[in-house]
Design a protein around this ligand. Structure first.
Ligand SMILES: Nc1nc2c(ncn2[C@@H]2O[C@H](COP(=O)(O)OP(=O)(O)OP(=O)(O)O)[C@@H](O)[C@H]2O)c(=O)[nH]1
Ligand SMILES: [Mg+2]
Length: 253
């Protein structure tokens, strides 16, 4: 994360297993982050530009905060979330409607408020309009901006994108200013013919040894930036659409 780019930063924060990575993937439109039914899966900071809303922003997935255990992994996830919190323009505080309000949510709400950043309370796992009443549980958290969503089913995404763009700072400008200015960031463009496995290559790098493979929906149509941080080194992978020979008829990217 950086203070130099004009692309605003939006961080997804919440306790483990609430669906942060699922939301990240949904908003980016690609299955980049690992989604798994087990808390503490996300460890590294992962980000990509979200262009689905009225204004582009850099979206950050973070590790769950408040997980049990004191392993180095847990500590690492906490640090990443903390950094994301401090360096973001808008925070998406994700809670799990199926689980209901937990003491960790209360603690996190207090912590996030202290940051004085604009916050959207994102009440996830409301897969069906019938379950909309589950959101009431979180009213006591007292956030002005709250959106009920289902990251898994894509419910509530346009409401969420509207809420985010209403809170983005005025100085944010266009995607041309994407953070290639970050010092020490290694930018790596992945180029090749269609279907040779460019996206899978990036995925396997960012997923590291914990790879859980899901099929990528569709093909890459535009270049997409995927920021990745590991052991303090920042990488920017630029996934490009496949390059075809000239003159060949093309139906899609
Ligand atoms: N029913 C339902 N399940 C969801 C939804 N979003 C996520 N899940 C499930 O919740 C579990 C955790 O999802 P993740 O996205 O990995 O959660 P996370 O918050 O990133 O977890 P950590 O990275 O471990 O902190 C997975 O089994 C998902 O399939 C949703 O909208 N509805
Ligand atoms: Mg995760």
């Amino acid at each position: 994360m950086n203070g130099k780019s004009e692309t605003p930063n939006v961080a997804i924060i919440g306790r483990p297993n609430v669906g942060k990575s699922e939301l990240f993937n949904r908003l980016i439109g690609r299955k980049i982050a690992i989604v798994h039914d087990q808390p503490g899966v996300t460890r590294d900071r992962l980000s990509a530009i979200c262009t689905r809303g009225p204004r582009p922003f850099m979206l950050w997935d973070t590790g769950g905060v408040g997980g049990a255990g004191a392993s180095e992994l847990v500590a690492q996830a906490h640090r990443a979330a903390e950094d994301a919190l401090h360096e973001s323009d808008v925070l998406l505080f994700v809670v799990d409607a199926k689980q209901g309000l937990s003491p960790i949510d209360l603690e996190l709400a207090r912590l996030l408020r202290k940051s004085q950043k604009p916050i959207v309370l994102v009440i996830n796992k409301i897969d069906d309009p019938k379950h909309e009443n589950l959101a009431a549980d979180f009213a006591s958290l007292g956030f002005d901006n709250a959106v009920s969503i289902s990251a898994a089913h894509g419910r509530g995404m346009s409401e969420l994108l509207d809420a985010i763009s209403a809170l983005l700072p005025a100085t944010a400008s266009e995607i041309e200013n994407r953070p290639s200015t970050i010092e020490n960031r290694l930018s790596i463009a992945i180029i090749g013919r269609p279907n040779v496995g460019k996206s899978s290559l990036i995925n396997s790098i960012t997923r590291s040894e914990r790879a859980i493979v899901s099929e990528l929906p569709g093909t890459t149509r535009d270049a997409i930036d995927i920021s990745y941080e590991r052991d303090g080194q920042q990488f920017l992978f630029i996934d490009t659409a496949g390059i075809r020979r000239r003159g060949k008829p093309k139906s899609s990217a």
